[in-house]
Structure formats: structure tokens, C-alpha cells
Design a protein around this ligand. Structure first.
Ligand code: GTP
Ligand code: MG
Length: 681
């Protein structure tokens, strides 16, 4: 059994923009707590958390990494996450496993894009949040201005819980200490501000405070946790991961003030499916049924598939039998691990609050719930809203015969990363991989070629255009074949009409009097679907229309499935050509962040790409974000374009929004391309 109880556990995830020093901070915390002898550095490539060879070569994190260590009488599970927006899926998964999100801010560069996004996500998941201002040792930092900026961006409830002292060489606590020396602000006023804020969540305590003028730290503990839970307080700490300032103090903040699993907000479990799902409260009680959530899957070349999970209820023991989701067949927990960077450390049991892993269970998938009683069937965590991967690359194996292996490896990569997707486009015979950005794609390509030794050709994928219609039309086909013996006969009349954007496809059977026998209706629909999936005018799938079959004819002997499939297919092609077909293209929301003096260039850039500006917003002292909507087809080379305009100081993100009609000449071009390809065939 673990040597500590649930109440002694703290779970934290380090999140925030790239290069704010999260991995270095994890290293400093591990070293100070005595879990490693000396801290490594990302420059030397010897940190516990950036252990992947690709992380070492890039010099930043690509995956969420887990460590755990003891400090005073607590046991801390810490997840170091990548800050680069391309890998935000990893950071998001980690949020499902912890009570507290530690938002790390670089004192030198201030609040950045990913930091704001992580704060938003952490708050949407109702996590307790703390801010660590790191790199206070660096040159040109102005901490009072940064603190103002933090309060302006994230709210007045962001209050310093400690402050730098002795020109940034020390850190002085302001929560337990009512008075002392600091470099800016004053410990006394910071302490008073904290107590004022905390007592606001407890009326009785507030009256006592007004009466006595001071409250003991013990009395403040419960309301402090409540203030964290209700986001009435976001403590701000200061540190330098590089020279160790503030690291011991941060460990103390974790141990003394961060919520234990019984003090955080309850994890958002749901029982049941869809609209019938109701909230379900897991109880962090080691004696109850087991409930654990898989927030990360690792495919390790040596150990195989690992499901990394957080225990929310009950005790997971080695050799126990666990169910996965609503599955009926349990698996045996053969090996139970605690993760320490790349090391897997065997353990016998994990209690609520613990984060561990099981190996070699094929059925485990990302987001699965593990449990040990059918009472907990149909329980799942409120889904994490991952960003949709938009950056695509078409890949093809150089060697004939490698296709199946490519497919299997891509499937593995999909399992590991919820923001990575593979798509097969039968109409174009393209395999397209999609990720959150260029760098995300590049790391996957390196994995495919280096780790899995696949030789690949790549090219830009086709834009996922769609076809649709703009008015009603009727279609007809009489399919008749007489080839020697038994013939084929089927006749279909149908009608098509446009549906609103995003409505998809509807099939309606209005055939009366059995003129097309009921058994053949699915065949008609099959033919219709074949034509719609393959595209009619330019080879892209058809959407947003209703197909109504209303008449036809059959023959007692010659009518068979194949005849109605063929008649359905040709009837819809007939109708389509009369319904003024149009083509649609994906429109994405774009958010470009760049220094203020580039705002003009950014708006011009969006406008020149058939885009529309939706707004500009000051994000921090110098950074302005420009948002707009642009057709995806216009963004093929945007990364390079942005780099050359801003000298590498800009970043952007895109997410799918809707489909809209393409300009007439694009449609002409796509149709003639399709025609030419067919003539070649
Ligand atoms: N001056 C100074 N530099 C630091 C400090 N902490 C980290 N660094 C440096 O900042 C750079 C980025 O550090 P990382 O620890 O990789 O940052 P990260 O937040 O993990 O970055 P991602 O993994 O990309 O999200 C490295 O060069 C570190 O040496 C600090 O406290 N002071
Ligand atoms: Mg890192």
C-alpha cells in the first residue's frame, strides 16, 4: 500500500506558453525535494521530463511528462506539459488529471498566447489555479508592471502569495507572514490583501476578522481552499528555476496550500449517455469501488501500450480485475506503475489522487474510465474540448507493400495523441495526416521515419471541398440490362432539395404501393450514397441535401439489388446536374498574434486572402491579436508568410468554423481538374 493517504497527495500540472521554464522548474523542484541529485537542464538535454530524443533535439517539450516526489509530509504528482501551441493537446489532457493548474509565466516576455489559452481551459474545467512568475533572475524584467498586467488580464483575484526580496535573491512569504521586507509592494499589504480576499468566502470568518483584525493561518485554511475552488483567488508566486530562488517556497505552497484531492473541485463525471447523462460525484475514498480515468496513452517501443490514469475513487491494486468503460470483460492489472519521466517504477497500489499506469492492455484507449464494478458502467468524464487539427499533409509510402504498416503506425500515433488524426480519402486515394501545426506534423513525420523506419513521400493534401446543390431538381433512371440469361431491371424516380449548411444528408422513402419493393429501398440508397460520397461534379463528397425517392418500377424476375444500386446512383447524378450544383470550401477562424507595429500588415494579409477581420485586441503591453475568418485554401503557406513579415515574432492558430461557397472561377477550375483526371484514367 502507498505510504501516504489521499489527504497527503497534491496533484499539479505545469502549463503555460513555450519556454517559460516549466521543464526547468520541474527539474528544480525534483532536485530540491531530493528526488534527483542535481538538476539537469534542457540545454544539456538531461532533464527528467524532456527525455524523448526528439525533445532533446528540439530543446523543448513535446509530451506531457509525469514525476512524483515527497516534500515534508506530502506526496506530489506533477505533470510537466509542453507550451508550444502545436502540442496543446498534451497539456489539455493533463488538466483532466489534477486538482491544480500551475500557470507558468516568463517574467521576461510576460503573458503570451498559450498562457491565456491554458488559463481559459483550466477555468473551464473548474481547476484551482496558481500562477508562477518564473525567470525573475533574467535581465530586463519589471515585476510590478507584470503583476499589473496579470491582474488586468486574469482579474484582481490574482494576488501575490510571496514576493521577491533582496534584489530577487530571496522570496518572502506573504500568507503566513504578516510583515517583512520585499523588493516591491509590501509584505504587509500583500498579506492584508490575501486575508481580505479569503475571508470574503466565509461570512462568519469575515465578521471575526473585522472584530479581531487578524485570523490564524489554521482558520484560513478551509476558506483558502474554497476561494481557490470558486476562483475567488489565484495565488501568484515568484521563482527562478535556473538559480533555485523560490523553489523551496513553491514546494511549501504545494504542501501547505494547494488543495488535496478531497479539497479540489470534484472531477466532472457523467453517468449515462447523451441528453440523459447526469452528473456523477466520485468520492476520493480509498475504500469505495475503483474509478480511474485514462488521460494519456503511451506506445512505448519496449513496454508496449501504457494507459496513464488518475485514480478518482477506490484503490487500484496489482492483480485486481478492472473493467474498461461499459466493457463486459475485465482485464487483470499485471503491472502497476508510477511514472518518473521515462522510468516506470512498479508499485502495488494506488489511492485516490494517485497518478499511475497499467501496461499491455490492448483495449485501453484515451479517455477510458477504469472501474471494478458494473455499478460504474456508463460513467465517463465530461469530454475535453481539444482543438481540431487542421494542418494536413498527404503521405504515401515509397515502397510498395508498406501501406498496411503505415496504416497501423498512424493508428498508434492517433491513439497517443487526441490532436493527431489520419484520414483516408477513397475518392482521391490519399492518406492525409492532420495535426495542430507545422511543427506538430514535423515531429510526427520524424517519428514515422526515425522510430518506425518508414520511407515516405509527402505533398500538400487536397483542400476538403464539398459539393452541394442550390435548388430542387428531379432525377430518373431506368436501368435495364439483358445479357443472355437473367436480366437486370430497376427504375427509380427521385427528387433532391438543398438543406441548410451543416445539415448533412437526409434520405426519405416516399414510394407508394410497393412500386419499388421495400427490400430494394436500401439498394437505392446505397447507389445514392455511392454517388454522393464520390462526388458528382468535381470528386468531392456531397453534403446538405435531402433525397426523396418517390416512384419507380420493378420486375418480378429481373429486379435485383445490383439493378437498384445502379438506378439509384444514376438517378441522383441526373438530378444533381439539374440542381445548379455549387462547391463549398472550409472557412477557418484565424487568430494572429504579433507585436503591435504589425497590426496593419496582419489586417492587410487577412483581407488579401479573401478573409474578413472580426477584431483586434491588445493582448499584453506589446502584443496585439488580429482575428478573422479566412478560407483554408488561402493559408497553404501562411506560416512562412507570417515568419517573413514579422521576422519570426508572430504566431497564429486556426480552427474550423463553417463551409461557404467557393468563387465561380475556383469551381470551374476544380471541375476541369476533375474532368482532366478522369480523361487520363
Ligand atoms: N534566466 C532563466 N532562464 C530560465 C529559467 N528557467 C528556464 N530558463 C531557460 O528558459 C529556456 C526554456 O526552458 P524550459 O524549461 O525548456 O521551458 P518550458 O516551459 O518547459 O518550454 P516548453 O517545453 O517549450 O513549453 C531554457 O533555455 C531554460 O534554461 C529561469 O528561471 N531563469
Ligand atoms: Mg518543457
Amino acid at each position: 500500500m502507498p505510504k501516504y493517504a489521499t489527504e497527503a497527495i497534491r496533484t499539479v500540472a505545469l502549463v503555460g506558453h513555450g519556454a517559460t521554464g516549466k521543464t526547468t522548474l520541474a527539474e528544480a523542484l525534483l532536485a530540491h525535494a531530493g528526488a534527483i541529485k542535481t538538476p539537469g537542464s534542457v540545454e544539456r538535454g538531461n532533464t527528467v521530463c524532456d527525455f524523448d530524443p526528439l525533445e532533446k533535439s528540439y530543446g523543448h517539450s513535446l509530451n506531457a511528462a509525469l514525476v512524483n516526489f515527497s516534500w515534508r509530509d506530502t506526496h506530489i504528482h506533477l505533470i510537466d506539459t509542453p507550451g508550444y501551441p502545436d502540442f496543446s493537446g498534451q497539456a489539455m489532457g493533463a488538466l483532466a488529471a489534477v486538482e491544480t493548474a500551475i500557470i507558468v509565466i516568463n517574467a521576461q516576455t510576460g503573458i503570451e498566447l498559450a498562457t491565456r489559452r491554458m488559463m481559459k481551459w483550466a477555468q473551464a474545467r473548474k481547476l484551482c489555479c496558481m500562477i508562477v512568475v518564473n525567470k525573475i533572475d533574467a535581465e530586463n524584467v519589471n515585476l510590478p508592471v507584470l503583476l499589473d498586467d496579470i491582474q488586468r488580464t486574469f482579474g484582481k483575484e490574482c494576488l501575490p502569495i510571496n514576493l521577491p526580496a533582496h534584489a530577487g535573491k530571496d522570496i518572502v512569504d506573504c500568507f503566513f507572514n504578516p510583515d517583512g521586507e520585499s523588493d516591491f509592494s509590501s509584505v504587509k499589504s500583500a498579506h492584508a490583501a490575501l486575508v481580505d480576499q479569503v475571508v470574503e468566502v466565509d461570512e462568519a470568518l469575515m465578521s471575526l476578522y473585522l472584530e479581531q483584525g487578524e485570523i490564524s493561518a489554521e482558520q484560513l485554511h478551509a476558506p483558502f481552499e474554497k476561494a481557490l475552488r470558486e476562483r475567488h483567488l489565484i495565488p501568484v508566486c515568484f521563482a527562478s528555476a535556473r538559480n533555485g530562488t523560490g523553489v523551496a517556497e513553491l514546494l511549501d505552497v504545494f504542501a501547505r496550500l494547494a488543495p488535496n484531492p478531497t479539497e479540489g473541485n470534484a472531477p466532472p463525471f457523467l453517468k449515462g449517455e447523451g441528453a440523459d447523462a447526469v452528473e456523477f460525484h466520485a468520492e476520493p475514498d480509498p475504500g469505495k469501488h475503483v474509478l480511474a480515468h485514462v488521460f494519456k496513452v503511451i506506445i512505448d517501443p519496449y513496454v508496449g501500450k501504457l494507459g496513464v490514469f488518475r485514480v478518482h475513487q477506490g484503490t487500484v491494486k496489482r492483480d485486481a480485475q478492472l473493467f474498461i468503460g461499459s466493457g463486459t470483460r475485465p482485464f487483470r492489472v499485471g503491472h502497476l506503475y508510477l511514472l518518473q519521466g521515462k522510468e516506470y517504477v512498479e508499485t502495488d497500489a494506488l489511492v485516490p489522487g494517485d497518478i499511475g499506469a497499467v501496461a499491455k492492455v490492448e483495449e485501453i484507449e484515451f479517455d477510458a474510465v477504469l472501474h471494478d464494478s458494473h455499478d460504474e458502467d456508463h460513467i465517463h468524464l465530461r469530454p475535453l474540448e481539444f482543438p481540431v487539427p487542421m494542418h494536413g499533409l498527404a503521405v504515401e509510402t515509397k515502397k510498395k507493400g508498406d501501406e498496411q504498416r503505415l496504416f497501423e503506425v498512424l493508428h498508434k500515433l492517433e491513439l497517443e495523441d487526441p490532436c493527431f488524426r489520419m484520414e483516408r480519402h477513397p475518392s482521391t486515394n490519399e492518406t492525409v495526416i492532420r495535426a495542430l501545426g507545422e511543427l506538430h506534423l514535423r515531429t510526427k513525420m520524424e517519428k514515422l521515419t526515425q522510430q518506425y523506419k518508414l520511407e515516405l513521400e509527402t505533398r500538400p493534401p487536397r483542400i476538403p471541398y464539398r459539393e452541394t446543390i442550390s435548388r430542387k431538381a428531379e432525377g430518373h433512371c431506368r436501368h435495364k440490362k439483358q445479357t443472355g440469361g437473367a436480366g437486370q431491371f430497376g427504375e427509380v424516380y427521385l427528387r433532391i432539395e438543398p438543406l441548410p449548411r451543416g445539415a448533412g444528408y437526409e434520405f426519405v422513402d416516399q414510394v407508394k404501393g410497393g412500386v419499388i419493393p421495400t427490400v430494394f429501398i436500401p439498394a437505392v440508397e446505397k447507389g445514392v450514397r455511392m454517388a454522393l460520397d464520390a462526388g458528382v461534379i468535381a470528386g468531392y463528397p456531397v453534403e446538405d441535401l435531402r433525397v426523396t425517392v418517390y416512384d419507380g418500377k420493378s420486375h418480378a424476375v429481373d429486379s435485383k439489388e445490383i439493378a437498384f444500386v445502379s438506378a439509384g446512383r444514376k438517378a441522383i447524378i441526373d438530378a444533381f446536374s439539374k440542381a445548379t450544383p455549387i462547391m463549398l470550401e472550409p472557412i477557418v477562424n484565424i487568430d494572429i498574434e504579433a507585436p503591435e507595429n504589425y497590426v496593419g500588415d496582419m489586417t492587410a494579409e487577412i483581407a488579401s486572402k479573401r478573409g474578413q477581420i472580426t477584431g483586434t485586441q491588445q493582448r499584453s503591453a506589446d502584443v496585439v491579436s488580429t482575428t478573422g475568418q479566412v478560407p483554408l485554401a488561402e493559408l497553404a503557406d501562411f506560416q512562412n508568410r507570417l515568419r517573413s513579415i514579422t521576422g519570426g515574432q508572430g504566431s497564429y492558430s486556426v480552427e474550423f468554423d463553417h463551409y461557404a461557397q467557393v468563387p465561380a472561377q475556383t469551381q470551374q477550375h476544380l471541375m476541369s481538374q476533375h474532368k482532366a483526371a478522369h480523361e487520363e484514367d
